[in-house]
Design a protein. Structure first.
Length: 323
């Protein structure tokens, strides 16, 4: 009889162990900085959901002027309302930005440069992952590469003068540990999936590009007072993946995420750490995870590839590579 009673309580014991150990481990690092952002302006791309929205809430709570750069105005308005209601801030604004359109990126940057006297933090957060079919941006780029990397590459360069003017200032790039899974260096001959399309490889390539971009731009920014760092946010329950999953795949992904993933608030911690912490104010060109310095893959540390990618990217988006 006692055996069956113990057996009946086994699920409860396992659940307690899960919450005490596994979930705590999955939650990862926490930004402990109490730094205020009052009087500072922060731009967050993809701020309408997931870690972008969680980051916007944190920045607003710290007193920052938060510019939520979102593709979909309707969803952006709903997110803006949530952020304002949760924080009580009157310094949160919404601006339309479609990273799949270089025209939209230039329009957004022109608006910022014209109407914003200062920019203290640029957070390149927006992204998408794993479209089941190959798609193109308005400018003919492979969609994942265009949104995750090329759109942000142009946006960052167009805002650099304002960031330098406001220095000390910071650029934060949301990458991914998926780049570690790549078995070859950046594939310049398949940047738009010209030879083959594999959604996992394409996503990894786009995030590898983000880290290489971070490495190269850090060198170009030496002595300006502007820093740039990349990060892996962790495995997070967001719309990033499920929007492109078929129903069966989505079911298994969501079940796995329920037990092993971070919440958007937990996933935003490293982004927040790099945006506000005094301990990283002079750190640039590096890669972080769980609010701690991590080593990226060997392919993400190739300075020659980083420089070549800068040149190729500049030509693709129509930006002077020498600036």
């Amino acid at each position: 009889m006692e055996f069956f009673v113990c057996l009946a309580f086994l699920p409860v014991v396992l659940l307690l162990i899960y919450h005490a150990i596994i979930k705590k481990y999955a939650a990862g690092g926490v930004c402990t900085s109490k730094a205020t952002m009052a009087g500072k302006t922060v731009i967050i791309t993809g701020a309408n959901a997931g870690i972008g929205k969680a980051t916007a809430i944190d920045m607003a709570q710290r007193g920052a002027r938060v510019i939520m750069a979102c593709r979909d105005p309707k969803r952006g308005e709903a997110a803006l309302k949530d952020v304002v209601e949760e924080t009580g801030s009157k310094e949160v604004v919404l601006k339309q930005l479609d990273l799949a359109s270089l025209k939209s990126v230039r329009k957004f940057a022109e608006d910022i440069n014209k109407n914003e006297p200062e920019l203290h933090v640029l957070i390149n957060n927006a992204g998408l992952a794993y479209p089941p079919k190959q798609s193109k941006t308005e400018d003919g780029f492979e969609l994942t590469m265009g949104v995750n990397y090329l759109g942000h590459f142009l946006l960052t360069n167009l805002l650099l003068d304002l960031l330098k003017k406001t220095a000390p200032s910071r650029i934060v790039v949301v990458a991914s540990s998926v780049h570690h899974q790549l078995t070859k260096e950046f594939k310049f001959d398949n940047i738009h999936s010209e030879k083959f399309y594999d959604h996992w490889d394409t996503y990894g390539q786009s995030k590898l590009a983000c880290i290489l971009f971070t490495r190269e731009l850090a060198k170009r920014l030496e002595g300006t007072g502007v820093t740039i760092n990349a990060l892996h946010p962790g495995v997070i329950t967001t719309e990033l993946v499920v929007n492109f999953m078929n129903p069966i795949g989505m079911f298994f992904i969501m079940v796995g995420m329920r037990f092993l993933s971070k919440t958007p608030e937990q996933g935003a911690q490293t982004t927040i750490h790099l945006a506000v912490s005094k301990e990283v104010k002079d750190v640039s060109g590096l890669y972080f995870s769980d609010c701690a310095l991590k080593e990226p893959s060997k392919y993400a540390q190739d300075d020659g590839v980083a420089k070549k990618l800068w040149e190729v990217s500049s030509d693709l988006v129509g930006f002077d590579r020498h600036l």
